[in-house]
Design a protein around this ligand. Structure first.
Ligand SMILES: C[S@@+](CC[C@H](N)C(=O)[O-])C[C@H]1O[C@@H](n2cnc3c(N)ncnc32)[C@H](O)[C@@H]1O
Length: 202
């Protein structure tokens, strides 16, 4: 199923389905993703706007998403957010933003829903719209090194693929060089299963 159709069908339930994970895992780590970022910032794959409460004060935020249904929920959340945010419907593989539009780009749980063949094109596009020297931060899942945790993740994987079109093991860092990006740091924000990749133009 195409990603826009998948997220159209789950948009209504997305925040409810994700609620236990949002509270237990994502809420504590979301503020850390944005530390130190300023200026015009792209939230790539903004979804229902779960990052909005943590956007840096004074930043000029733009959120893009493929799914109009997810964006409708983001628009509702925007009403309750202090920071100004512009929402755009579009595919991250080919956006209409001019080169070097953003001081920084952040993508949380976007690359885990992008198939392997879309990882490079998406990174190339993020690199194009981000100014040289700006950071591109990517929050992703990783498969745990702990055998029990790894086993549980393997049990969950079919549901995650079915419900979100996502996978835990996209290994996005492998594709960074193809987009002319350099990995500055990998920061684990929840055990060894959620990592923030901090990247820049090589
Ligand atoms: C798992 S959700 C994450 C949402 C949000 N970033 C968060 O942290 O809660 C993935 C989002 O990426 C969007 N998406 C998937 N493929 C996309 C693409 N090619 N371009 C833009 N957005 C896309 C989906 O519509 C969905 O809203």
């Amino acid at each position: 199923m195409a990603k826009s159709a998948k997220y159209r069908s789950i948009a209504r339930l997305y925040d409810i389905l994700d609620l236990p994970f949002e509270y237990a895992r994502y809420r504590p780590l979301r503020p850390k993703i944005w530390i130190g970022l300023t200026g015009r910032i792209l939230d790539a794959g903004v979804g229902t706007g779960r990052n909005m409460a943590y956007y840096p004060e004074g930043a000029e935020m733009v959120g893009i998403d493929l799914s109009a249904a997810m964006l409708r929920r983001a628009a509702a959340r925007k009403q309750r957010t202090a920071t100004e945010v512009e929402l755009v419907e579009g595919d991250i593989i080919a956006t209409s933003f001019p080169d070097n539009t953003f001081d920084a780009v952040v993508a949380t749980f976007l690359f885990c829903v992008l198939a392997p063949e879309l990882q490079s094109p998406a990174l190339v596009e993020l690199a194009r719209v981000c100014k040289p020297g700006g950071e591109i931060r990517i929050l992703e899942y990783a498969i745990s090194g702990n055998p029990i945790r790894r086993f549980i993740m393997r049990l969950w994987a079919p549901w995650v693929r079915f419900a979100y079109g996502a996978a835990f093991d996209r290994k996005t860092e492998r594709y960074l060089p193809t987009a002319g990006l350099r990995l500055i740091e990998t920061r684990y924000l929840h055990g060894d299963i959620i990592k923030l990749l901090i990247t820049r133009h090589a």
